[in-house]
Design a protein around this ligand. Structure first.
Ligand code: ATP
Length: 316
């Protein structure tokens, strides 16, 4: 009895020593992988901007999980004006690519370039205006709808007066985003307060405000995480129409869930295990009979109502 419990005791000691060692190893790995702080702004403010996106042999680990290599030798080029759809199984690394392009994180190895210059070299504020993100669950702040659309583009953000969007610009962006009419129907129109104490907006309305926020920047590069199931059918149609309009005439990297988006994209990149598994057009990839073809087959087997192609294809 005695020796058994002391055996367990020492086993426990071994485990705690082991887990401490593993924790320390994680820290060492993280320190070894030190990269420039993502908050640091570069100084580059180019006079022309085409909107090309390049990932060159990129490897990436989330700082909080230094042992999980999320992207591994990932390379891709999106040319100015090209619409590229990212598809693939859940957890494959699609969102992580988008986060690197918007410079939310910096890569551990390899380079992320915009117009052939490393993202970190650009002036942060300048880049934020040219690279806009519409995510699935947009965040609205406790301020007016107008200021939510303008977020980051106001006088107090240090922008010169000539670069501040006018009310007309805001309304035009909201119009393109299918948001102008519902905003005007609110008690205080564009001055209506959002956030917890403000007006309660539906998921589709929030999405459309987020699209207006992206559009008012007239971004050269649009990063888009298509909504999956958050919206009802009516609201989805209105949001999609706005998104389709938004994608025209700019570089677009879209995490695509809808078959129509995927089919209309100039190119489809299948991301799996942090790497490009295959790329090509819808027809080319179907013909190739690889990962994409099996994702589509699996999706079609789930039933005929397949507006969505890859609603996170989580079974991979
Ligand atoms: P989905 O289609 O489900 O959105 P995805 O292809 O976009 O998936 P990512 O979100 O890029 O995949 O995730 C890639 C890997 O990174 C996953 O293993 C995920 O668990 C991990 N991951 C994502 N975000 C973080 C984070 N903030 N910290 C640590 N690990 C993360």
């Amino acid at each position: 009895q005695q020796s058994l419990s002391s055996a367990f005791q020492s086993l426990g000691d071994v485990f705690s020593a082991l887990s401490a060692a593993v924790g320390a190893a994680d820290k060492v790995i993280e320190l070894m992988r030190r990269r420039p702080a993502v908050e640091e702004s570069g100084t580059l403010v180019p006079t022309t901007f085409a909107g090309k996106v390049t990932l060159q042999d990129v490897s990436f680990y989330y700082p909080a999980r230094p042992t999980l290599r999320v992207l591994s030798g990932m390379s891709l080029v999106v040319n100015p004006g090209e619409i590229v759809a990212l598809v693939g199984p859940s957890g494959g690394g699609k969102s992580s690519i988008v986060k690197l392009v918007e410079r939310f994180y910096l890569p551990d190895e390899g380079r992320v370039l915009i117009d052939d210059r490393p993202v970190a070299e650009y002036d942060r504020k300048w880049l934020k205006q040219r690279v806009a993100l519409v995510s699935q669950e947009p965040v609205l702040y406790a301020r007016s709808i107008r200021r939510n659309i303008l977020y980051g583009l106001e006088e107090e953000d240090g922008l010169p007066a000539a670069e501040l969007p006018t009310q007309e610009d805001v309304e035009q962006a909201a119009g393109l985003a299918n948001a102008h009419d519902f905003i005007c129907a609110l008690p205080e129109g564009y001055e209506t307060e959002c956030g917890e104490k403000g007006v309660q907006l539906s998921g589709g309305q929030k999405q459309r405000i987020a699209i207006a926020r992206a559009l008012v920047r007239r971004p050269a590069i649009l990063l888009l995480d298509e909504a999956t199931s958050a919206l009802d059918a009516d609201s989805e149609a209105v949001v999609q129409e706005a998104l389709d309009r938004t994608m025209k005439s700019r570089t677009v990297l879209v995490i695509a869930h809808r078959l129509s988006t995927v089919q209309d994209a100039h190119r489809i990149i299948v991301v799996q295990h942090g790497q490009v598994a295959e790329q090509g057009s819808h027809d080319q990839l179907l013909e190739a009979g690889g990962v994409y073809a099996s994702l589509v087959r699996r999706q079609l087997a789930r039933g005929p109502s397949t507006n969505r192609l890859l609603p996170s294809a989580s079974s991979a």
